[in-house]
Design a protein around this ligand. Structure first.
Ligand SMILES: NC(=O)c1ccc[n+]([C@@H]2O[C@H](COP(=O)([O-])OP(=O)(O)OC[C@H]3O[C@@H](n4cnc5c(N)ncnc54)[C@H](OP(=O)(O)O)[C@@H]3O)[C@@H](O)[C@H]2O)c1
Length: 286
């Protein structure tokens, strides 16, 4: 069996992928790459090899990718510099002789009006230039993106947004992690996978579900992109990230996050997780 590498392994998606891989292959076949290996001590104690890999440190990437045959490149959360970071990781993978790469891109990357998609388009182009067989995991939005500040929103009785009636075909982070693990182990390369939830919903639907499950009076409040960005910033988000998320929300109204292909369902061999379940988990955690 090939040695399987996972970058960004200490992140939320990365740790879910490691758990899935542990169900599929021997721990000794997994090489977890993280900026700080201490973050993955639990996985190290299970027999996973943990190596330091910082996208901003070429020498660390060269050392970390030695012997990796198949690589899952999880996109960085450093939005402003991730195109360069991904290029550095891909160049290091070429030097290390990595035979296959799966990359977490974004839904409908080539035509997406969401500005965050630009760095994914550039990374997809870089991968194509290498000639290394690769799979594009074009992930839709996580359910969890919408439950992050849910308790405060319930308290306020308002869920703000700028999505209009745009429909969102989201799935749980774990659904995407299962797909990524399956692909890393089994895919040949050449696949372009548009991955999204089975069901789509609007922000109004979301607020109604939250109201129903919480028993509280909660409504969706539609805002302009600028007002939504200001609201996010007022809640403590850095200004540039607030602008980015507000732009993504506004672009959602044109169908940028809507998809009915059910490819994610096929890969994970099950229904994707409805947003209602993720809301339920968020309310149980409190
Ligand atoms: N589809 C969606 O709805 C959605 C939502 C949010 C994000 N995303 C994208 O999907 C990716 C994975 O999602 P997630 O939930 O796992 O995000 P996350 O928890 O924020 O994880 C991001 C990962 O990127 C790593 N990273 C950042 N800078 C790095 C560097 N210089 N070198 C090495 N690693 C670096 C982080 O390392 P540390 O652990 O050391 O911080 C972390 O492991 C995100 O990074 C983002 O590109 C998608």
């Amino acid at each position: 069996m090939a040695k399987l590498g996972v970058t960004g392994a200490s992140g939320q998606l990365g740790q879910l992928v490691l758990n899935e891989l542990l169900e599929m292959v021997e721990p000794s076949e997994i090489i977890a790459l993280a900026r700080d290996p201490n973050d993955l001590s639990d996985f190290a104690s299970k027999g996973v090899e943990v190596r330091r890999a910082d996208y901003d440190d070429t020498a660390s990437l060269d050392a970390a990718l030695t012997g990796v045959e198949r690589l899952l490149l999880i996109s960085s959360n450093a939005i402003d510099k991730r195109t360069a970071q991904h290029r550095a990781a891909i160049a290091a993978a070429e030097r290390a002789g990595v035979r296959y790469i799966a990359y977490t891109s974004t839904l409908g990357a080539p035509d997406s009006p969401i500005e965050l998609a630009e760095s994914h388009r550039q990374t997809e182009a870089t991968l194509a230039e290498t000639g290394i067989p690769h799979t594009l995991l074009r992930n839709g939005w996580y359910n969890e993106n919408f439950t992050a500040g849910l308790m405060e929103q319930i308290e306020a009785g308002v869920i703000p947004g700028a999505q209009g009636d745009g429909r969102i075909s989201s799935a749980s982070r774990e659904d995407y992690a299962i797909a990524a693990a399956q692909v890393l182990v089994n895919a040949d390369g050449g696949e372009v996978l548009e991955l999204a939830g089975d069901a789509s919903w609007t922000m109004d639907d979301f607020a109604q579900e939250v109201a129903s499950q919480s028993g509280k009076d909660v409504t969706y409040q539609e805002m302009s992109q600028a007002d939504y960005a200001a609201t996010l910033e007022a809640s403590g988000m850095p200004a540039s990230f607030a602008q980015t998320l507000a732009q993504a929300a506004h672009a959602t109204r044109t169908g940028a996050l809507e998809n009915y292909d059910k490819v994610l369902n096929e890969i994970i061999g099950d229904h994707t997780t409805p947003v209602s379940i993720t809301i339920n988990h968020a309310l149980s955690r409190g």
